[in-house]
Ligand binder design. Sequence first.
Ligand SMILES: Nc1nc2c(ncn2[C@@H]2O[C@H](COP(=O)(O)OP(=O)(O)OP(=O)(O)O)[C@@H](O)[C@H]2O)c(=O)[nH]1
Ligand SMILES: [Mg+2]
Length: 593
Amino acid sequence: MTIVGGTAGHIDHGKTTLLRALTGIDADRLPEERRRGMTIDVGYAHLGLQDGTAIDFVDVPGHDKLIGNMLVGAGEIDVAMLVVAADDGPRAQTLEHLALLDALGMAVGIAVVTKVDAVDPERVAAVVMEVTELLTPTSLAGSLVVAASGVTAEGLDEVRAALEGMRVAHRPAARPPTLAIDRVFAVKGRGAVVTGTLRGGPLSRGDTLRLVPGDREVRIREIQVHGAAVERVAGGGRTALNLAGIGVDELHRGMVLTAEPALRATDRALVTFAQPVADRTRARLHIGTAATDVAVGRSGRDALELPDGTSAGIVRLASPVGLAAGDRFVLRRGPTRRPVGGSVLDAAPPRGISRRRQTSIRVAALAAGDHAARLDLHGALTEGGRTLLAPDVQALGADAAIAAVKDEASTGSVRAAVAATLRRAVTIPRERAVPAATAIIEHLLATGRLVRDDDVVRRPGSVGRIEDPALAASMDRLEALLAVPAPPPLAVAARATGCPPEGVRALEHAARIVVLEADLAYAMSTYRDLAARALAMAAREPLTPAAYRDATGTSRKYVMAILEDLDRRAVLRRTPAGHVPGPKAPRAAETAR
Ligand SMILES: Nc1nc2c(ncn2[C@@H]2O[C@H](COP(=O)(O)OP(=O)(O)OP(=O)(O)O)[C@@H](O)[C@H]2O)c(=O)[nH]1
Ligand SMILES: [Mg+2]
């Protein structure tokens, strides 16, 4: 397996020297870098480990003015190697690089305290402690910290062992090849060559890829890995591509070569942020090997809070960049402010009138959706027996199902109606439309938006198979009586409306009422409103029973029963400060629609 590693750390702390000692390769390749003894642009070196893993290292500059180049390297790595000089200890760019890796969610790596030959062992131990503590609040918490010297080679075996011990998660397999360009140069007689980390894959000589932005097809004339030509490359490592029919002046760092149809150039994207970002924030967005100025839209319809409290918004890019859902980015707001990480939910969010559909529910569905489902915007695919659908396709099918049911209908006819709608709206082969329709109907049944009696599906509010008109009328009365925030005890309400126990059971079965405790039941619509209100309040700040009681105008008895139910279903989670959104919060918002 080939993985890509990146160095990080303050200027002159010994990153390039350590890499040279480990690999025998000098990543400072530019004449000016060699003359000045500092890294200016990203450089490369590769290391074969005993377990068969190859690490392609991207070496970055530590200079504070070159942070953009550091991010070109950091944007495409799997593991990080933070280097801290033992004599100097952690300095400004140690902290800044670490904050950027944290914002990118980099979870695998090691730290090396280097230049141990220049100080006494006590000093080494103190710096190792300091670095361990620096890592603790970040995504790299728990990474090994080893001591070494790039000059005397002391500790290099420990560095190799630490690199071997890293647990690198396998990247999602079977994605089309994508390479974010980090370097462009001309080779005499051969034309343009670009380099980058090849994601997805495989790629063969003679294949064509699409250049984004520009949407232009280019043919791969030659592939090189570690300086040698190959016919085919599996993906995962550093790759150089000689491109036919395009000049160097038409290519630049930040462009993407891809066979992924969902990846497209955009100047607007719907994203989530790891921390709240104010409306109209101006920042520099770094994604892949690209960087551009952006303005953040978080007012009006652009401002969306996901039910789990994550903030989302629209970023407007000063120049278009190739993006796909799931891409991670980092926003820099100047050297003194903490960088903010985030990820792309939708590279082409709806504009204009259709933005009405940009509800927090749609965003939550995008955020909760399987990555594969998000990428597959044009159809349905099956994976491990499960049908994955894009949220928009799912929503369209759900609307069609509910329309087809009216009061009640046979499961077969609803399935046929949904499949027909899907086939009209999206390119989806017939043999996939029926499983997709079945999955949509099952989802509606599982979330209570439809109910099933044998082979008939009904809307929860419809009377269904109750044939006795007196019984049906008493059920309607009871449902209406329970449609208030503070309903009377269930037994009292049933008696008052003349609804017998089988009517109560039928109402519960049809999901028209929800029974929280032996004597407390709500009409389903009321309960959904109350739950949505609790979730919205909990997303803003921890929700206390008193605040919820005041907001609903009820009493402690009701709010405790509701909060406990939401806690049980993991929609909310109890903390000492109050209830906060729980792991199932986005699903709950979707079903509450
Ligand atoms: N004594 C000692 N000197 C070292 C060691 N590692 C690096 N140096 C010296 O420190 C200086 C900077 O080393 P580099 O490897 O270029 O540092 P860097 O982190 O790559 O610097 P930038 O790329 O500019 O951020 C050079 O003069 C090295 O010779 C070490 O382990 N021991
Ligand atoms: Mg260097």
